[in-house]
Design a protein. Structure first.
Length: 299
């Protein structure tokens, strides 16, 4: 008597059974807070409602209308996009360059570079930001002395402050890219690289024409992660520019949402900014994944 083959629907539900515990945890830690964030953004929710002095009233998209009519919101959004884009490009360039360098050096220098990079990655954002402020301090910082800049204040000007924060963000972010890309390079068969070298390809040509196509799924992952992390930068901006710089010249969306929600007690507007950030990141991530799928990449 032959055994009956398992039903297709039974096989298809097995992965979901194993994923169920993780989905439950993600639902509690991610889905429910996002639901509450969206809910608060639809109501009038200020300090008066929190203290119970006034009842909560439904506003629908009224908070979003107020937000989109605010010129400062669009200025901060533009600054956030440009700043995050620069951070992503800087992180990818430094991380990929050092990943290639790791494949060219001996074991001891490679170990030293890996430990130094992982130390930067493991440093808390508040600690790293404070150390960078000390390094670039106009009175006691060694950077100004080495560059001969005297008492130049890096955090006073808008662009120099953004540059300083960008350097710190790249410093604490590139190790993830470096380690991930290095692992991908080590997985590439050596015969492929040797064949390209025998054909007379330069190191740049090998990277551009051989490694990049093979590492495209890995590069997609680190790019998406960098976009999400750098678009949500808060600690570095808040610590290094004193809450957004002089007259808010260094505000990004996360700090702007914090100011509207907690400094101004406009919690519903802060929630609306959070929803807008979430939608922007979803659109960027899905658009990037769709572009990769059109190019035939399996993710």
């Amino acid at each position: 008597m032959s055994r009956s083959s398992p039903r297709p629907w039974g096989r298809s539900t097995v992965p979901w059974v194993y994923l169920a515990p993780a989905l439950v945890v993600l639902g509690g830690l991610l889905v429910y807070p996002v639901y509450q964030l969206g809910l608060i953004s639809l109501f009038e929710y200020t300090q008066a409602q929190v203290s119970g002095g006034e009842p909560t009233s439904f506003r629908g998209v009224g908070n979003y209308a107020v937000l989109f009519r605010d010129p400062q919101f669009w200025q901060v959004l533009l600054a956030t996009v440009v700043f995050a884009g620069a951070c992503v490009v800087g992180t990818l360039v430094v991380g990929c360059a050092l990943a290639v360098l790791l494949t060219r050096v001996r074991a001891l220098p490679r170990l030293a570079l890996m430990l130094a990079a992982l130390g930067a990655w493991a440093t808390p954002a508040v600690t790293g930001s404070t150390v960078w402020l000390l390094l670039f301090d106009p009175d006691f910082g060694p950077v100004n002395r080495v560059l001969g800049l005297g008492d130049h204040s890096w955090t006073y000007g808008r662009y120099s402050a953004f540059l300083l924060v960008l350097l710190e963000v790249v410093w604490c972010s590139f190790p993830f890219v470096m380690v991930t890309v290095y692992a991908g390079i080590r997985a590439v068969p050596t015969e492929v690289l040797e064949a390209a070298a025998l054909d007379g390809a330069s190191q740049w040509r090998i990277w551009r024409s051989v490694l990049v196509p093979l590492l495209r799924p890995i590069l997609a992952i680190v790019t998406i992660q960098s976009v999400i992390w750098d678009f949500k930068v808060f600690t570095q901006i808040y610590v290094m520019t004193g809450g957004g710089g002089i007259a808010g010249q260094n505000l990004v969306l996360n700090v702007y949402a914090y100011q509207r929600a907690f400094a101004s007690s406009e919690y519903s507007l802060g929630a609306a900014i959070g929803v807008v950030m979430l939608l922007i990141l979803l659109v960027v991530t899905l658009g990037y994944l769709r572009l990769l799928r059109r190019q035939g990449e399996e993710l």
